[in-house]
Design a protein around this ligand. Structure first.
Ligand code: PLP
Length: 391
């Protein structure tokens, strides 16, 4: 604390190492992890195949810049192209940078089409897209925005899952709609089918780009490699990060061929580190582990068991209003009278890592390798935390 800028209110724990679905602190105490480092550690801690792949790359080559090709880049791009169902990949260093890239892609697409700048973007209230200035500009939460005004101009906010509210905001110069396929930080809210299909249709009619942010909900977490795949539609631009690198910082925005041919060109965008060999080795290993170890099948098999436990809490405790979520991305909506912060702290002291989300929600993002044993263990600890609450 003497040396760090005080931007985070960190919990009073110092982690030392991780193993599978648990973290261990410097005193050797075990913590069952239902946060996965905010949705990153999809295959848990200490995975030998992943560590070997990254270590081999470290020993071979760890930086070239984007002035050149390297072998790890070719492999990672092919892996992300295939996994995403889209056509062309740009690697970034974080989730927020995928949003920056997606915004610039949409703006350039409209600029080339119309011959002038000045387009608008529609985003969703209660959304979260990251902390850089462009990402904050499309984040529909005043708490994250207000101190930093003026932000990027020309962003309007519709109500998530209310198609009509988005339609009402479309203007001649609207170039894109950006939404999370499942809102994470905003309180774990999956998009309804009619809403997402309706946004796709609206974008097709007006030649606007549909940007789906799957930084948190993608990479198998919701029961398919990307959650949009459950809706029978495709985005024009997909933003992916977090579990994409299995813990190595990396993200990517992926576009279809039409967007690739009619938007960003050499000179329009760049990054020194994006697509760095170590990050690329991590991406290839992550995609391959999620596929080859059948982690998506594991999510689909065991998520109903997790949901049943969470529904049990809804029945048992009056201050829990509802369960929301999909796959291994779940939330419990609490009454305002029971602040989520206290529950997260008490669970931590009892050896369970939970996350909170906006609107007083307990958020759970367990590693995709978790199963019934981990869910039973979570139930025991969380139940003992909830029992202590007097309303
Ligand atoms: N988009 C979504 C949906 C997120 O949940 C996050 C981070 O939590 C981001 C973007 C930003 O990602 P990063 O923190 O890697 O910049």
């Amino acid at each position: 604390d003497e040396s760090l800028l005080h931007i985070y209110n960190r919990f009073p724990v110092v982690f030392d190492y991780g193993k599978r679905t648990s973290l261990f602190d410097v005193n050797g105490k075990e913590y069952l992890d239902f946060g996965s480092g905010i949705g990153v550690m999809a295959f848990g801690y200490g995975d030998k195949e992943f560590e070997d792949a990254v270590t081999a790359q470290v020993k071979k080559l760890f930086h070239t810049s984007n002035l050149y090709y390297h072998t790890a880049l070719a492999d990672a791009a092919a892996a992300v192209k295939e996994a995403s169902g889209l056509d062309k990949v740009f690697f970034t260093n974080s989730g927020a940078e995928t949003i920056e890239g997606a915004i610039k892609t949409a703006k350039k697409y409209a600029y080339k089409k119309k011959g002038h700048a000045g387009c608008e973007i529609i985003a969703a209230q209660n959304s979260f897209h990251g902390r850089t200035v462009g990402a904050v500009a499309v984040t529909g939460n005043d708490h994250y925005r207000e101190p930093f005004y003026p932000l990027m101009d020309g962003v309007r906010f519709g109500t998530y899952n209310d198609l009509e509210s988005f339609k009402a905001l479309v203007k001649d110069n609207t170039c894109a709609i950006i939404v999370e396929t499942v809102q994470g930080e905003g309180g774990i809210r999956p998009a309804e089918k009619d809403f997402l299909v309706g946004l796709r249709k609206l974008c097709d009619e007006k030649d606007m780009l549909l940007i789906l942010d799957e930084v948190q909900c993608g990479m198998g977490r919701c029961g398919s490699m990307y959650t949009y795949m459950q809706y029978g539609i495709k985005p024009d631009v997909l933003c992916t990060a977090k579990a994409l690198g299995g813990g190595i910082p990396v993200g990517a925005f992926v576009v279809n061929d039409n967007v690739a041919a009619n938007s960003l060109e050499p000179g329009d965008h760049g990054t020194t580190y994006g697509g760095n060999p170590i990050a690329c080795a991590a991406v290839s290993a992550s995609v391959s582990i999620i596929k080859n170890r059948n982690l998506i099948e594991n999510v689909n098999e065991n998520a109903p068991y997790l949901e049943k436990i969470l529904e049990g809490f809804v029945d048992k405790y009056d201050f829990i209003q509802e369960r929301r979520g999909r796959g291994y991305m779940q939330g419990l909506q609490l009454d305002a009278s029971v602040p989520v912060g206290g529950i997260v702290s008490n669970a931590l002291s009892k050896g369970l890592i939970l996350l909170s989300a906006g609107g007083n929600v307990i958020r759970m993002l367990p590693p995709l390798i978790s199963g019934k044993d981990e869910f039973d263990h979570m139930e025991k600890i969380l139940d003992s935390v909830l029992q202590e609450i007097t309303v």
